[in-house]
Design a protein around this ligand. Structure first.
Ligand code: AMP
Ligand code: ZN
Length: 461
């Protein structure tokens, strides 16, 4: 298997530290707001990576953090804590807000069939681990203290920018805004390990006692402390969006390697962003879609999963409703094809199965994997072998093809009668009455897909 590693900027042969075990840490959400389809793109591709590793017979331990404290409105040290800000806006406690949006996160992941990680680690439940790591860094001389915070001194860590490959001078220019926040900070790119609850954080509600004073951890330290706790001092894969390369992951490497003296992560996997109609997602632009909103508009959430696979994870993905409609059509075709398979052969076709897995094993080439799947369906294999090959492929794709194939056959007579009545009404151009029947059917849990000469019925899942 091959994976692109941001550290070397090249596609490398994947060789885990302790085969067949693979330790994978995924940067999780900051739970101060709803999960949007940009986040989901990242977690769908993480899920695909985990399933591809499993298909290659690796035993994956997948750890994810939930950030519920310490992530400021700037990824560096400026601004307010996102959780405290969100809680104040909603008039709730931080932990209530965190729980509410964490629930929304898991519900959103379930809709697009992303499996839960083996370990979920909340920052507020690992304060002792973070304090212990900070103490190690203090003992080893990598830190200094001001009235406001304990900082990691990046001048003590050689090759600080090895992941981002930024020049340190660029990095300092980028971080200069922070100097204003704490005039005692020595180098603008130094970053906080622990904030004291004084001055701008005097009203911070979440706070813990520590050997160095009362306060709360900075954002970066949680990922180092929790990943090493569950995966060891050195582990195989760390994922995140490309936005995390210059600050968050750069800081994770510095503080982890300074503390342990060992290489932190072998392969850094970074996901490209999703844009909506060619624009960055933003609440103010009204293009901040949640998956439940796509469901309300009549899309099967798995159509979004399918759409995600049409773009390679390292290319920017531009979401449009037109492309989602295309993905929905393709997915329904897939369900329909599968619904005609009467029996499933014991074995998948070896060649198609191998080509499919090979393309995913080449740095997750999902567009190619999809085209191999369609090629297989169009080949002259017998239907029963096509069925077993398709279901084998779907163990990795996670499009729930088998479940939906059965549903297509499983539409009760009474429902089919309404569908035919509606088709009649459409023929007579009685569209209002036809639409009325459509919404009645949708309320009953059935989705109608009108094609040129007929209507297909799917049951909502
Ligand atoms: P956050 O909750 O903002 O820390 O984001 C959680 C994860 O989702 C991070 O790895 C981000 O890089 C990623 N992410 C956030 N927005 C997008 C987006 N529009 N497209 C793809 N990934 C995103
Ligand atoms: Zn992280």
């Amino acid at each position: 298997m091959k994976l692109y590693n941001t550290l070397s900027r090249s596609i490398e042969e994947f060789e885990p530290l302790d085969p067949p075990n693979v330790g994978l840490y995924a940067c999780g959400p900051t739970v101060y707001d709803y999960t949007h389809i940009g986040h989901l793109r990242k977690y769908i591709n993480d899920d695909l990576l985990v399933r591809t590793l499993a298909a290659n017979r690796y035993k994956v331990r997948h750890v994810m953090n939930i950030t519920d404290v310490g992530h400021l409105t700037s990824d560096a040290d400026a601004g307010e804590d996102k959780l405290e800000k969100g809680a104040a806006k909603l008039g709730k406690s931080v932990l209530e807000v965190a729980k509410y949006f964490e629930d929304d996160f898991w519900k959103s992941l379930a809709l697009v069939n992303v499996e839960k990680p083996d370990v979920t680690a909340r920052a507020t439940e690992h304060i002792d681990d973070q304090i212990a790591l900070i103490e190690t860094l203090i003992d080893k001389g990598y830190t200094y203290k001001t009235r406001q915070a304990i900082y990691f001194d990046i001048s003590k860590f050689p090759n600080y920018t090895k992941l981002s490959r930024q020049k340190l001078s660029e990095k300092m220019a980028g971080a200069r805004g922070d100097v204003v926040v704490d005039a005692r900070k020595r180098n603008p790119a130094d970053f906080a390990l622990w904030f004291f609850t004084v001055d701008r954080f005097a009203n911070h509600t979440l706070r813990w006692k520590s050997p160095f004073g009362e306060g709360f951890p900075g954002w970066h330290i949680e990922c180092s402390a929790m990943s090493m706790k569950y995966l060891g001092l050195s582990f195989d894969i760390h994922t995140g969006g490309t936005d995390h390369i210059p600050v968050h992951h750069t800081n994770e490497i510095a503080q982890s390697e300074a503390a342990t003296g060992a290489p932190f992560v072998k392969y850094w996997v970074h996901h490209a962003f999703l844009t909506v109609e060619d624009e960055k997602m933003a609440k103010s632009k009204g293009n901040f879609y949640r998956i439940s909103e796509l469901v309300e508009k009549g899309y099967n959430p798995l159509a979004f999963r399918y759409l995600t696979f049409q773009t390679h994870y390292r290319s920017e993905m531009n979401f449009t409703f037109e492309s989602l409609a295309g993905a929905k059509l393709a997915l329904n075709r897939l369900y329909e094809r599968a619904s005609y398979f009467k029996e499933v052969h014991k074995h998948a076709d070896i060649e198609f199965e191998r080509d499919f897995l090979d393309s995913l094993s080449q740095d997750l080439n999902t567009p190619r994997a999809l085209s191999i799947m369609w090629g297989m369906l169009g080949s002259n294999l017998s239907d029963s072998v096509k069925a077993s090959t398709l279901y084998k492929m779907d163990e990795v794709l996670g499009l729930k093809i088998k479940e939906n194939a059965v549903l297509l056959h499983d539409i009760p007579e009474s429902v089919m009668k309404l569908v035919h009545d509606r088709e009649e009404l459409r023929k007579q151009k009685q569209f209002t009455r036809a639409d009325h029947l459509r919404s009645k059917l949708e309320k009953m849990g059935y989705i109608l897909d009108d094609e040129k000469d007929r209507t297909r019925v799917l049951r909502k899942i």
